[in-house]
Ligand binder design. Sequence first.
Ligand SMILES: Cc1ncc(C[n+]2csc(CCOP(=O)(O)OP(=O)(O)O)c2C)c(N)n1
Ligand SMILES: [Mg+2]
Length: 542
Amino acid sequence: MTLEEDRSMNGAQSLFKSLVDAGISTCFANPGTSEMQLVYEIGMTEKVRAVLCLQEDVVTGAADGYARMKGAPAFTLLHVASGFANSIAMLHNAGRAHTPMINIVGANASYHQPNYPEHELINGRLPDLARAVSHWCQEARSASHLGQLGAEAAALAKTGKICTIVAPSNHHWDPASPPPIPPSLPERPKTAPEAITRAARMLANGKKTSLVLGNIALQGEALETAGRIAAKTGAVLLCETFPSRHLSRGEGRPPVELIPYEYEICVKFLESFEQLIFVGALFPVATFAYKNKPTLKSPAACDLFAMTSVEQDIGAALKALAEATNSTTQAAPRQSRTELRVPSGELAAETIGQTICMLMPENAILVDEASTNGPPIFAATRGARAHDYLNPVNGGSIGGGMPMALGAAIACPDRKVVNLQADGSGMYTVQALWSMAREQADVVVVVIKNDAYAILDLELARVRDKEKNAKMKSMMDLDNPTLDWVSLSTGLGVPASRARTAEEFHREFEAALSAKGPRLIECQVAIPKEWLALEEYIHRTR
Ligand SMILES: Cc1ncc(C[n+]2csc(CCOP(=O)(O)OP(=O)(O)O)c2C)c(N)n1
Ligand SMILES: [Mg+2]
């Protein structure tokens, strides 16, 4: 019997077999009617773990966090075009972060689509929609095709791609052939030797230079190699503003500074650099255009050289650069542990950071969606115990913090996850708390509550001629009513407490860490004076 003749399974079983055979067995799901055969088959197998999320951006945000920490994809289960549409903001971030992911989007049975086309958007446009945020998207044409697409998607996703399979429901229940053996992964292309030679020359010419790292250059052996090169050549190690994958940092790791997001702060930060060499990282381009401002945040005279892209073999490129700069036996610099005292007084990003630096356990995962309060906490945690740092905002969509923390906790059940969560961003995907409770995800969510979309005050300062009025404020303030995160959290099943001083936070954080399972701490903070001064400066120099 050939593979085509063997119809011992249905399309859904063939699809799941193709994924499981490729080692992809964790599913973040929000199903509907057209996914019931898929739900049934997942229920019938021991091999797939399903995690229900109550909004689709939680599904894709969690799959992003999972894959970044696991280094391998999860798959999502989403319901028709409307469900998929809800998942797009976090898919967009995941795509920009080169996160591997497979989406299974159920659709109406192929023969029924003409009868109820609205479900697939007008005239079955779901694949068009999916293509906008997927590197690869295919609609299954038969039950057997589902398994074939699963095998193809599994191979491609692992190279850091978003793969979406649109799956009409009749192909789930119809008889299907077993899936083919997944194609093997193509080797990543190597960086051209000329590019390595050029970077080595730049590192030897005496100019102030940085190696700007992204993606897997920020982890493991690749980071060690970058550290050796930096120690030998005097280059400064920087990390792209929103690192794709994750950044390994803290005690014992080669220290890497984050390129700031905020335009004016970044321009100042980069002003002394004469050369930037990029290794799997993006150029420091402003996320948005600002009136009368250049788009690059680096100095106009600075020489920017993209040595290696994320598509290439980053580890091999760094090794080659280490050889070209005689750095292979050089010791990499090591971050030392910061010794701190228990902070006291005002609760602010700095004191929150001090506590986290003191107490966060070895090998923790720090998920940073603290927005305006992120940079001081990042600075305060340089000398924390060794940990991995995740930033969800790669594509500029906010709301990834809690979903990503959920996914990271599912991927790494033996590691503590600390999620720094700005209040406005957190409200996009607050449903993630419920899944954390249900899965007993080991996450401490630290909500930084400033009752505002504070960052937008800066952005408004760039364009306003007069003071902001009450109507403008009403579009950026989160008071009236103020959010009660303790109630929100407990209502969604996650025990929560509130801190108003540095001492209270220290106590609450220590208690939260000592328990296993999710906890939330609401931290009421003021908008810092430095931030108000920056707003004033931006307004004056607009
Ligand atoms: C999906 C999405 N919607 C809207 C925005 C626009 N936006 C950018 S920052 C921001 C407010 C962030 O506020 P918060 O998370 O409370 O952080 P804060 O600035 O107060 O520190 C908004 C609404 C966005 N980036 N992404
Ligand atoms: Mg806020």
